[in-house]
Design a protein. Structure first.
Length: 303
C-alpha cells in the first residue's frame, strides 16, 4: 500500500524524470525523493525507474504502474477539492459589530463558541465607533450590533441585556469632584458633559448629556466627540466630563482621568440590537450565545 507522499513522489518523478525538479515540486530534498522511490520499489519488488548519471526513465513496470495509479490519484484529488469547495460554499457569515472593550470581549467569546456549535456559520467581528454605529447597522455593514442602552430608534429590535454595570463620571484628574468617593446627578451641574457629534435630543446616547439635574439646575454642554478615545482625550485636557460605564476602570485607566461612581443613576445595560426586518436562522442562537458569554464575563470580572 502506498502512502500519500510516496505516491506523490512516484507520480512526480514519472512526470519530471528528474530528481531535482521533483524535489522542488514537492518541496522536499533530492535525497528524500530518492529515499521515497527506493521505498516504493522495495514494496513492489522490482525497479520502477532506470537511473544513469544523465537521465531517469521509467521501466516497463513503472510505465504500467503510473498508468494505473495516476487516474486514481487525480480522482482522489478532485474529490477532495469538490468537498472543500462544497464546504466553503455552505458557510454563511454573520457580521457582528461592537462598541468598547467589554462588548468586544463578550463578542469574541460568543463567536468562538457559536462557530463550534454551528460549523455552517462564521462570525465576522468588527469594532464600530460611537458616531456611526447605527449607520453601520442600517446600511447592513453589520447585521447585529452590541451597544449600550437605552435605544428606542424606530426599526431596531433590542435583545436581552448581556452586561450591566454601574455608571461613573469621568473627570479630569485635577477637577474638584475627582477626589470624591461618589457623586450624584446634582453634581453634573458643575461639569460640562460631552455629547455625541450630530446626535439630536431623544436619540441614542442623548441620555449621556442631560440638560438639567433632577432639581432643575442647568448642566453645561461640553464639546462634541465622535469616538470614545476622542472623549478620553477631551476629558484629560480639562474641557469636559463624560458619563461612562464601570468597565472603563479596567480597560481605560489613566493617570490624567478620574472615574467617580454616580450613586443615583441606574446601571448601564449593554445588549445586541438588529434591524427589525432582519431575519436569519443564526440570529436567535447567536444572541443566546452572547447572553451566555456575558454571564461568563460578569463572573470573571468579579463584584
Amino acid at each position: 500500500m502506498l502512502e500519500r507522499l510516496e505516491m506523490e513522489a512516484f507520480l512526480g518523478l514519472a512526470a519530471e524524470l528528474h530528481f531535482g525538479r521533483t524535489a522542488e515540486r514537492l518541496h522536499l530534498t533530492t535525497g528524500r525523493v530518492s529515499q521515497l522511490i527506493k521505498t516504493i520499489e522495495r514494496k513492489v519488488g522490482a525497479p520502477l525507474f532506470e537511473r544513469t548519471n544523465r537521465s531517469v526513465r521509467l521501466t516497463p513496470l513503472g510505465h504500467r504502474l503510473c498508468e494505473e495509479v495516476r487516474p486514481a490519484y487525480e480522482e482522489i484529488q478532485a474529490a477532495f477539492a469538490r468537498a472543500v469547495s462544497s464546504t466553503r460554499a455552505t458557510v454563511d457569515v454573520l457580521r457582528v459589530g461592537f462598541i468598547g472593550a467589554a462588548a468586544g470581549q463578550i463578542a469574541h467569546q460568543a463567536a468562538d463558541t457559536f462557530t463550534e456549535r454551528e460549523p455552517g456559520w462564521r462570525v465576522r467581528l468588527r469594532e464600530v465607533q460611537l458616531f456611526d454605529a447605527l449607520a453601520r447597522l442600517r446600511e447592513s455593514e453589520v447585521e447585529l450590533l452590541i451597544l449600550q442602552l437605552p435605544i428606542t430608534e424606530p426599526g431596531i429590535a433590542v435583545g436581552p441585556v448581556i452586561l450591566s454595570e454601574p455608571q461613573m463620571l469621568a473627570l479630569p484628574a485635577n477637577h474638584p469632584l475627582a477626589h470624591r468617593e461618589s457623586v450624584t446627578m446634582e453634581d453634573l451641574a458643575d461639569v460640562a458633559l460631552l455629547r455625541l457629534a450630530g446626535a439630536e435630543p431623544g436619540t441614542w446616547l442623548s441620555d449621556r448629556w442631560p440638560d438639567r439635574t433632577p432639581q432643575g439646575r442647568p448642566i453645561p454642554r461640553g464639546p462634541a466627540i465622535e469616538t470614545f478615545l476622542e472623549a478620553l482625550q477631551v476629558i484629560a485636557s480639562g474641557t469636559g466630563a463624560g458619563i461612562v460605564g464601570e468597565q472603563v476602570t479596567r480597560f481605560y485607566s489613566r493617570p490624567d482621568i478620574a472615574y467617580v461612581p454616580i450613586t443615583d443613576m441606574t446601571c448601564m445595560g449593554w445588549a445586541p440590537v438588529w434591524l427589525s426586518s432582519y431575519n436569519s436562522p443564526a440570529l436567535r442562537p447567536f444572541v443566546a450565545t452572547l447572553l451566555q458569554a456575558g454571564l461568563l464575563y460578569a463572573a470573571a470580572s468579579g463584584p
